[in-house]
Design a protein around this ligand. Structure first.
Ligand code: IFM
Length: 456
């Protein structure tokens, strides 16, 4: 049984709004970029959309019972921006705020701490129509939205996360085009990354100005360690470039003092960085109370020929790195390599790199495996056991780890993969919306209870 975690360690599960809520057009919600993107032919597997998802918006009371049954300390969920501000700014939809109020009140009644994420990839489409995250104004709109939600729930919610995985919202959404809004451009993606960070900083500043004692503010980043496939200097340099794009582009300005210099030299064709204003870094790097890290796998990379950007279709991701290499290790049902030690590395690396790093939560970790008819998901249980042990190893090594959240409570809309891949501790039968806890749900509940009995 675990002993390496500190007293007060929080055990939880996580979800996000677009992935579970459904009710896409209910109670005045405006469309988000994922509503639009998921209707583009070929964008999402099987043409799936989040229109209904797990219908959590209508079945949330049932889901609260599932959370209570798990006996988690905390529940991490996100707020749908376009449920609160259908046009991204301006008119507030009170019914949207009321929904989240009911949710947090019910959680607190059950003794479960809400961890609110303000942005998990679902930008209001109305803002995308004005340039989305390429547009500096979106950062200010985000701070306004954060202020509205914070004012509505700040009397009872103390954990406030601004962004989930800004790498995905910028590079995957604006450079690779695999996620909404489906853009494939270089300059726009780097501008998007910067404006996301600026929005984060402005939102933290605005919320802190009205914060109650004990409130905490943080950000969640995906932190796949990047491993060169050989010790050839070219592969090592490729790994360094990938790490710069995926991790240091975000962690250096947040916890260090500036953007990594290589970031600009990696994109020779892009010379206009005027979207970064002199005053922005101070806003972005304001101290945080926690950082969340999401870990699923390590990236194994090789050097690759650098293709000259096509002026019509410049992809920011073309940094001469082959990210398709797979190590000879077991894989999950999505084909992701299972490497628990990568979680220890992700945590210890971060701590070693940034002396002023705040306390850390593992805010997502989980997997997909095909279901047996009895939902006896042995592989998922093993995956979770091994990754929790890897997190514990980091805590024992001195990483200030404060909690672990399993991804995810429910099966859900897995973005461009649609509903094919199932991350839930609870199975959803989508035609009937019947919820069935898997064996991993019962295992996690037992694990948490036992972990609480062990003196730290
Ligand atoms: O489902 C996603 C989540 O929305 C963000 N982090 C990774 C998960 C699994 O792909």
């Amino acid at each position: 049984m675990t002993t390496g975690f500190p007293a007060g360690f929080r055990w939880g599960v996580a979800t996000s709004a677009y992935q579970i809520e459904g009710a896409a057009r209910q109670d005045g919600r405006g469309p988000s970029i994922w509503d639009t993107f998921s209707t583009v032919p070929g964008a999402v597997a099987s043409g799936d959309t989040g229109d209904v998802a797990a219908d959590h918006y209508n079945r949330w009371t049932e889901d609260i019972e599932l959370l209570a049954g798990l006996r988690v300390d905390a529940y991490r969920f996100s707020v749908s921006w376009s449920r609160i501000l259908p046009n991204g700014y301006g008119r507030v939809e009170q019914r949207g705020l009321d929904f989240y109020r009911r949710l947090v009140d019910a959680l607190l009644d059950k003794g479960i701490e809400p961890f609110v994420t303000l942005y998990h990839w679902d930008l209001p489409q109305a803002l995308e129509d004005h340039g989305g995250w390429r547009n500096r104004d979106t950062a200010s709109r985000f701070a306004e939205y954060a202020t509205i939600v914070h004012e509505a729930l700040g009397d009872v919610v103390s954990k406030w996360t601004t962004l989930n995985e800004p790498y995905c919202s910028s590079i995957v959404g604006y450079a690779e085009g695999r996620h909404a809004p489906g853009a494939r451009e270089g300059h726009g993606a780097l501008a998007a990354a910067h404006h996301l960070l600026l929005g984060h900083g402005l939102a933290v500043r605005a919320m802190r100005a009205n914060a109650r004692p004990g409130q905490e503010f943080g950000i969640v980043l995906n932190q796949s360690p990047v491993v060169p496939v050989t010790d050839d200097p070219a592969d090592i340099a490729a790994a360094d470039r990938q790490d710069c794009l995926l991790r240091r582009q975000f962690t250096d300005p947040l916890f260090g003092s500036a953007y990594p210099g290589e970031l600009t030299s990696m994109f020779g064709a892009i010379t206009d960085f005027s979207f970064r204003h002199a005053e922005d870094l101070a806003i972005i790097s304001a101290p945080l109370d926690y950082v969340g890290i999401n870990y699923y796998y390590q990236l194994h990379v090789a050097d690759a020929p650098h293709r000259e950007p096509d002026p019509a279709k410049r992809t920011a991701h073309d940094i001469g790195v082959d990210t398709t290499q797979l190590p000879d290790v077991p894989r999950t049902g999505m084909g992701w390599p299972v490497e628990p030690a990568g979680l220890t590395t992700a945590l210890t690396d971060l701590k070693a790199r940034y002396p002023r790093l705040p306390p850390i939560y593992v805010t997502e970790n989980g997997c997909v495996y095909p279901d047996s008819s009895a939902f006896a998901d042995v592989d998922r249980i093993t995956y979770l056991q091994e990754h929790i042990a890897a997190a514990e190893a980091a805590a024992t090594a001195g990483v200030p780890l404060r909690g672990y959240f399993c991804w995810s409570l429910l099966d859900n809309f897995e973005w461009a993969h649609g509903y094919k891949h199932r991350f839930g501790l609870v199975h959803i039968d989508y035609p009937t919306q019947r919820r069935t806890p898997r064996a991993s749900y019962h295992w996690y509940r037992g694990f948490i209870s036992a972990a609480r009995q062990v003196p730290a």
